[in-house]
Ligand binder design. Structure first.
Ligand SMILES: O=P(O)(O)OC[C@H]1O[C@H](OP(=O)(O)O)[C@H](O)[C@@H]1O
Ligand SMILES: Nc1ccnc(=O)[nH]1
Length: 503
């Protein structure tokens, strides 16, 4: 079947191919069928949408397709039903708990990248991995396939350091501070981050408040070779392109299966050419890893996977029992990170974690003596050198280096939850905090989130403010308030926990 291309000013969140109802009837094409269009050597797969948006003999392409594929108005293309990809059989094999062969994993990844597998099948794959997992052979195959189906970067400025958190803990803006400290010490650190997966703000979401995070590989190479660092969104690059497509599904399910997480992180590190990598595993109640035993097991897998990829990995198991710092949500976290860089001071949990991780990297990179890294990192932060480096990163990535915390817009629809009793904060529920921040609109609404007024261990009196919800719409604020009242994320207990008597 042949048709003329119509460029449609419509984004559908996926590769969508619009077909006129008369053609669909004649060509026996049904809504959501997988369709292949090709012209010469170029081809693309997409989901059929039957619509009068296009005339008979025309095929409409959504903007999503045109962001990565060159087709021109009026171009004649061949159109054919694509049928069910072979990789669906391999996904069902994993659903049955069977081990996948290297070639089967490679086929799944390629079909994800080629958009033959769509959110339905990707969701099934993510769920199968959550339930049945992957062994190290499968994880290594998945990692390499994810990296090799995309571009690889060769940065001349060596050694190349990297840091990456498995995430999961609210407010984890730590690496926004770690990266400038490490780069200010003269090391090279091309940091790529994903957007939020299970949290209310991924590092890419936070940095995007301060500067552009969507850059090309050539721009990244230029910037990193010039100033030693970047803070960019991995999904914008063709680095491990399957990663962002699976993360899009993971975010909807708020899932991050262990094997896929290992591959997701290490495929990006492998593609960008990192040689010395520090992995942060936040551990505690309400995050991805809840026990030290699990954390050590995951750490060993990261180190083993690194060995298979020719990368040196160290792992920091960090405290994840409550949010990092006082802010959750892209703009609120960007504001707190910028304040900390500018002043060299900030919330204890944030500063101590940042200089701890940065210290390890300085020692790994040979610019601080063993055991002195933390001290050197603190000096770099407190001297303002880290802030100066962050200004360079912001400017080189297309932002305003003079941005101030007060310039950052945060949600002006607010509501503060107060203490219903006096006592001590004994727990802050990470999952509840994230759920409330997301209900308020984060991370899509940059200004949405939560400002914490208390942390674990602090004394409160009845009526004291506990946290303030920020939203960009009244409707989302109202929903977040209802959820906050139901979940009560901050636990307050007096020294007398319970009176038992008159039994
Ligand atoms: O917390 P959740 O959303 O599950 O995990 C995603 C976050 O964890 C990693 O953090 P970093 O980039 O190493 O700072 C990712 O890049 C992303 O920002
Ligand atoms: N699954 C992931 C967790 C954290 N960071 C990533 O890039 N991917």
């Amino acid at each position: 079947m042949r048709a003329k291309v119509r460029i449609l000013k419509v984004k559908t969140g996926g590769f969508t191919i619009f077909i006129n109802p008369k053609d669909a009837q004649e060509w026996k094409i049904h809504p959501n069928d997988l369709i292949r269009i090709e012209s010469g050597k170029r081809s693309v797969y997409g989901s059929a949408a039957i619509s009068d948006f296009v005339g008979v003999g025309e095929v409409g392409l959504s903007e999503d397709i045109l962001e990565s594929h060159q087709f021109s108005e009026g171009e004649v293309v061949a159109l054919s039903p694509a049928g069910t990809p072979e990789s669906v059989r391999y996904i069902k094999k994993k659903m049955r708990g069977e081990k996948l062969r290297k070639v089967e994993i490679e086929t799944i990844v390629k079909d994800i990248v080629d958009r033959k597998l769509r959110n339905t099948e990707i969701s099934a794959f993510v769920t199968a991995l959550e339930i049945n997992g992957l062994d190290m052979d499968e994880i290594a195959a998945l990692t390499i396939a994810m990296a090799e189906t995309g571009d690889m970067l060769d940065i001349d400025r060596k050694p190349i350091m990297d840091v990456h958190s498995i995430g999961g803990v609210p407010g984890n803006k730590t690496n926004v501070i770690v990266v400038p400290i490490v780069a200010a010490a003269g090391l090279t650190i091309p940091k790529t981050s994903s957007r939020a997966i299970t949290s209310a703000a991924g590092t890419a979401d936070v940095v995007e408040v301060l500067t552009n995070v969507t850059l090309s590989l050539d721009e990244i190479k230029r910037i990193v070779e010039k100033i030693g660092a970047c803070l960019v969104w991995g999904g914008a690059l063709n680095l491990a392109p399957a990663d962002d497509l699976t993360i899009h599904v993971e975010r909807r399910l708020s899932l991050d299966p262990r094997g896929l997480m290992l591959a997701s992180i290490m495929s990006k590190k492998y593609a960008i050419g990192s040689q010395y990598i520090l992995i942060d595993i936040p551990t505690g109640k309400g995050v991805k890893v809840e026990t030290m035993e699990e954390a050590r097991s995951l750490a060993k897998d990261f180190i083993e996977l690194g060995k298979r990829l020719g990368q040196y990995v160290e792992v920091a198991i960090t405290y994840g029992g409550q949010p990092i710092g006082h802010t959750i949500g892209p703009a609120l976290e960007a504001k707190e990170a910028l304040e900390t860089l500018m002043t060299g001071k900030g919330p204890g949990s944030l500063v101590e974690k940042a200089i701890g991780l940065a210290g390890i990297l300085l020692e790994m990179g040979g610019v601080a003596p063993k055991g002195m890294g933390r001290k050197v990192a603190r000096e770099i932060l407190e001297s303002g050198k880290a802030y100066q480096k962050m200004r360079e990163i912001i400017e080189e990535q297309g932002g305003n280096p003079d941005i101030k915390p007060e310039d950052i817009p945060i949600g002006d629809k607010t509501y503060t939850i107060h203490a219903q009793s006096s006592g001590y904060v004994t727990a802050i529920d990470n999952k509840a905090i994230t759920a409330i921040a997301r209900e308020a609109g984060a991370p899509e609404d940059k200004g949405a989130g939560i400002m914490l007024h208390v942390k674990v261990g602090e004394k409160v009196k009845e009526g004291d403010p506990l946290f303030t919800i920020h939203a960009e719409s009244e409707g989302k604020l109202d929903k977040a308030i209802v959820l906050a009242r139901r979940l009560e994320p901050i636990k307050i207990e007096g020294m007398v926990l319970q009176v038992v008597g008159n039994l």
